[in-house]
Ligand binder design. Structure first.
Ligand SMILES: [Zn+2]
Length: 140
């Protein structure tokens, strides 16, 4: 009659009281200390590893449409800058400067230069008129 561990059945570590015992080959491994049936042990004792709470669905950043060049294009290529309307002011300044220069040229008796300026203005459609009060110009 050999006594040994073999006859003691399966060793258990009680899930309830943490006591160690052998089931003695009984059908149900009942803990002798607390009477807990080890077959009823909560297999999911690792309950602390609770399923991670599903993170709140992060709002997907709306991907910027790749082809936004349509709205980004500030000016259509066929939008040609208008004709010389805007350049009138610059022309006037330019003409005034030339008239002043011609006036100085005449004062210096540099009539060749004065004539050249007069011709220059004439090409632009500007007519000069010398008055006692100075030179005035107007568009022809
Ligand atoms: Zn126990």
């Amino acid at each position: 009659m050999a006594k040994g561990l073999k006859g003691m059945g399966t060793k258990y570590n009680c899930y309830s009281c943490d006591g160690k015992f052998y089931d003695l080959n009984r059908a149900e491994p009942i803990c002798p200390k607390c009477g807990a049936n080890q077959n009823e042990a909560p297999t999911k004792k690792v309950s602390r590893a609770a399923p991670a709470p599903t993170p709140p669905a992060e709002p997907k950043p709306t991907p910027k449409p790749a082809k936004s060049s349509k709205s980004d294009a500030p000016i259509p290529k066929d939008a040609v800058p208008g004709p010389a309307v805007d350049s009138d002011f610059d022309d006037d300044v330019d003409i005034d400067a030339l008239v002043d220069e011609r006036t100085r040229a005449r004062a210096d008796r540099d009539f060749a230069r004065a004539a050249a300026i007069r011709d220059e203005l004439k090409e632009r459609g500007i007519a000069l008129e010398d008055t006692p009060h100075g030179t005035v110009w107007h568009r022809e």
